[in-house]
Design a protein around this ligand. Sequence first.
Ligand SMILES: [Zn+2]
Length: 284
Amino acid sequence: MAEVELKLDASTKAPEAGAAADRPVDRDQDFTLEHYREILAALKERHLTLSFKDASELGRDILKLDRFVLMRHDVEFSLTSALRMARLDHEADVRSTFFLLLSSDYNIFEPEGAAIVQEILDLGHDVGLHYDMTAYEQAGTDAAEIARQQIALLESYWSTRVYAMSSHMPMRSGKTLRLSGVVDVYDPLYIDEIKYVSDSTQKWREGVVTSLLEEHDRIHLLTHEYYWSEGGHDFDVLLLQEARRKYCELAGRAEANIRRFKQGLKLRAVRDAEFRRRLGRCEG
Ligand SMILES: [Zn+2]
């Protein structure tokens, strides 16, 4: 425990968002937001950008398009970072699909989280289900049925339509789900027939996506919100910064609750009397 706290203190003193980034010369190592902006601009030069909403509507006809990049964001840890990516995409006139977990340490149903999801939608993006097959299996549930219900929940909560789903850590469970009417991003169409490029663990397997644009006309690009930052930090620093941010937010809420409870205790007799009056009961 002490070690974790020490790490939090040490590594989160890295430059905060807004600090000038000392950008690596090697673009494969450059995970600054400035580089992400440049990537978006480069994608737009010759390629059409598509979301999975577009992919769902096109089906196999997507292969008739000459050049495109299918834009996918799997949101792993940070809704605020996801929103930042959504704003950058929007500024670049790019529409993307943000795949959301219902079993992460972010919560899309608490007011702040729900407002972020709404803003992502308002920016013209769509949301998909990022499902955790291992969690379904551990729960011993009918995975397809639960995924369908989670999609229905997303759709009803935000009055939107979910066009696609992506498996969280698919290598771990080795399985993906197929639901009729919902695009599976790991369908061979999007993995084998279209060039699949990912920023996983801040290591582009074949170089940054922009280095592949000459060679590949059809690209499925997966990015993760927490790898990209103003300062271009390594993921371990960013994950600990995010943990610290969440801790501060939770501590702030706990303090507000403590104040509210203490105030409530002071006023308990008066409020109890008011409550009984409202119920039409006699006092005493
Ligand atoms: Zn994931």
